[in-house]
Design a protein around this ligand. Structure first.
Ligand code: NAI
Length: 328
């Protein structure tokens, strides 16, 4: 049998945490033959820690065969000790009267501390996924705060956007999601993201040619995917949680176990591909194998796509500028 992998989840008592932990412990993320140890991080606040204890009671009550251990933490220095994976879900939500700038700064502080803690105590091979918003910039800050770890170990979650795009396109061409390949999403996890089905195929046929409707792309598809988070809040009264948790599982599973040549989307530090400045935490089409991701190269970027990519890049550059004074 395999030796257990250590997985840390922050924001473990939150709504995404509640939808995520059970699936990790069930083997949905790292495989049905891979034992896991959960190292759960929450803020020191008494209510949060108590809620975390409640979640842990429920996890115990599932008697998951793969769960080899579980601990509660309020300090990232203990929560991240020797971990193989970090799913950084906990973040500061926007409070009343809070400006975007305040939100960026509050989160910059959290992700500076957590990046430093990862640098100090995590395994050198740790794979980090940032879910907490603003996810790309938070991931960027954590990466910059951990100079002792390879930058490529830090990623941001664009997978929910990717899955949303996949589901919309599959419905449009009347196929199942498994029949659609080569979908991708470029840029920031925000309404500026650019979901791109120009390269998508089904049974080897071009999805773009099947849809053949640029107005639908521009006026229906892109706004539907871009504003999906808001639509869910409007309908459910709460933000997406189970779908976000599912996307986190998909992201880490594909990163760890490989996509067999298939494309997916990950927010990763740019290597300069497609003119995205090096280090920018940007959604790219990738394939993964042997625990490494590779950007899909050589895709033609038409004028409309370039415009959309520029827009989401501009937003990310502004976020990055806004936290510059906090990052070394
Ligand atoms: P939530 O408010 O239900 O839970 C967040 C939890 O994080 C809370 O229990 C809180 O105590 C904890 N937390 C806050 N700061 C922390 C810190 N410094 N260390 C450890 N724990 C901390 O929120 P929910 O719905 O679970 O969402 C979590 C985050 O995920 C939000 O920032 C949300 O915007 C983001 N999100 C990102 C998505 C993406 O696609 N990248 C999709 C959906 C949500």
């Amino acid at each position: 049998t395999k030796s257990p992998m250590r997985v840390s989840v922050s924001g473990a008592a939150g709504q995404i945490g509640y939808a995520l932990l059970f699936r990790i412990a069930n083997g949905d993320m790292l495989g049905k033959d891979q034992p896991v140890i959960l190292q759960l991080l929450e803020i020191a606040d008494e209510k949060a820690q108590k809620a975390l204890q409640g979640v842990m009671m429920e996890i115990n009550d599932c008697a998951f065969p793969l769960l080899a251990g579980m601990t509660a933490h309020s300090d990232p220095m203990t929560a991240f000790k020797d971990i193989d994976f970090a799913l950084l879900v906990g973040a500061r939500p926007r409070g009343p009267g809070m400006e975007r700038k305040d939100l960026l700064e509050a989160n910059a502080q959290i992700f500076t501390v957590q990046g430093k803690a990862l640098d100090a105590v995590a395994k050198r091979t740790v794979k980090v996924l940032v879910v907490g918003n603003p996810a790309n910039t938070n991931a960027y800050i954590a990466m910059k705060s951990a100079p002792g770890l390879p930058s490529k170990n830090f990623t941001a979650m664009l997978r929910l956007d990717h899955n949303r795009a996949l589901s919309q396109v599959a419905a449009k061409v009347n196929k199942s999601v498994t029949e659609i390949e080569k979908m991708c999403v470029w840029g920031n996890h925000s309404p500026t993201m650019y979901a791109d089905y120009r390269f998508a195929t089904t049974d080897g046929k071009s999805v773009k040619e099947m849809i053949n409707d640029d107005v639908w792309n521009k006026d229906v598809f892109l706004p539907t995917v871009g504003k999906r988070g808001a639509a869910i809040i409007e309908a459910r009264g709460l933000s997406s949680a189970a779908s976000a948790a599912n996307a986190a599982i998909d992201h880490v599973r594909d990163w760890a176990l490989g996509t067999n040549g298939k494309w997916t989307t990950m927010g990763i530090p740019s290597d300069g591909s497609y003119g995205i400045p090096e280090g920018t935490m940007f959604g790219f089409p990738v394939t993964t194998a042997n625990g490494e991701y590779q950007i899909v190269q050589g895709l033609a970027i038409d004028a409309f796509s370039q415009e959309r990519i520029n827009l989401t890049l501009k937003e990310l550059s502004e976020e990055r500028e806004g936290v510059k004074h906090l990052v070394g």
